[in-house]
Design a protein around this ligand. Structure first.
Ligand code: SAH
Length: 264
């Protein structure tokens, strides 16, 4: 049995980039934390909310280096909770959506460290919204799937069944999908999706570097390549793209997104 440590770790969603999309709770915790552990996809303007006296730990990818392995991030969190009252583990978007927040929460709980999750606005909803695309629409079916286009080869579970998804989900929101985009689109078409299905890709949604491509599924990979879209990007596929209302799209925030190395 681990002795109770003084501190608590908050797994905080930083939102997709635009600092105005931080939740009030995230804002309040950032302003009062004693330590922050963050990775790529968190703009400087968000980190600037953290008190100057707080400890800062970067655990993402730096150019020419690998990212910090998950076990060492877990260890850093346990160690910081032993020395500080309020530790913020800041993650892009929502911490429980493709963010390993679940693994970190479980690790902390196992070690007797109090932990609380603070949900955030996920890029998969916000990036399309900044183009005016609703991820669901009554006229565009009744289901949407959040899916990762990047899977670890050695993962225990089987890889994404794209052909199955083509049949079972009305809309798709793909995270980390740029690298495998040509393959993904081919599989979806092989699974029965019409090559004329509307689709979009949004790079750096909600911030200054926001760029996008809207194309039919059959030509999407090519258009994305020609436009040289890069990570981080969200791909949306389905009739909801045709329900786009450009007039409702916000201006991207005038902040820079630190660019991670992995394509996606
Ligand atoms: N937890 C995050 C997702 C982390 S996975 C969330 O809820 O948003 C990282 C992937 O998220 C990136 O490869 C990209 O696909 C997507 N992503 C994150 N921020 C983004 C942004 N501002 N614009 C477009 N895609 C983004």
């Amino acid at each position: 049995m681990t002795a109770t440590l003084p501190g608590k770790v908050y797994l905080v969603g930083a939102g997709p980039g635009d600092p105005d999309l931080l939740t009030l709770k995230a804002h309040r915790l950032l302003r009062r934390c004693d330590a922050v552990v963050y990775d790529s996809l968190v703009p400087r303007e968000v980190l600037a909310l953290v008190p100057a006296t707080a400890e800062r730990h970067f655990v993402g990818k730096r150019r020419g280096h690998h990212s910090v392995p998950q076990p060492s991030t877990n260890a850093v969190l346990v160690e910081l909770a032993g020395r500080h009252r309020c530790v913020v583990r800041l993650k892009g978007g929502d911490p429980f959506l493709f963010g390993r927040g679940g693994e970190e929460a479980a690790h902390l709980a196992r070690h007797g460290v109090p932990v609380e999750v603070v949900p955030g606005v996920t890029a998969g909803i916000a990036a399309p919204a900044y183009l005016g695309i609703p991820v669901t629409h009554r006229r565009a079916g009744s289901s949407v799937t959040f899916v990762t286009g990047h899977e670890e080869i050695d993962k225990a579970r089987p890889s994404v069944d794209w052909r199955g998804l083509a049949r079972s989900s009305d809309g798709l929101v793909i995270y980390m999908g740029l690298h495998n985009l040509a393959h993904i689109c081919e599989e979806l078409i092989a699974g029965g999706l019409d090559p004329a299905t509307p689709a979009a890709a949004v790079q750096q949604g909600t911030v200054r570097g926001q760029r996008s491509v809207i194309a039919e599924l059959g030509g999407l990979a090519r258009e994305v390549r020609l436009a040289e879209l890069a990570s981080p990007a969200i791909v949306v596929i389905g009739e909801m793209v045709n329900q786009r209302v450009p007039a409702c799209a916000p201006e991207p925030a005038a902040v820079e997104m630190p660019i991670p190395l992995r394509l996606g």
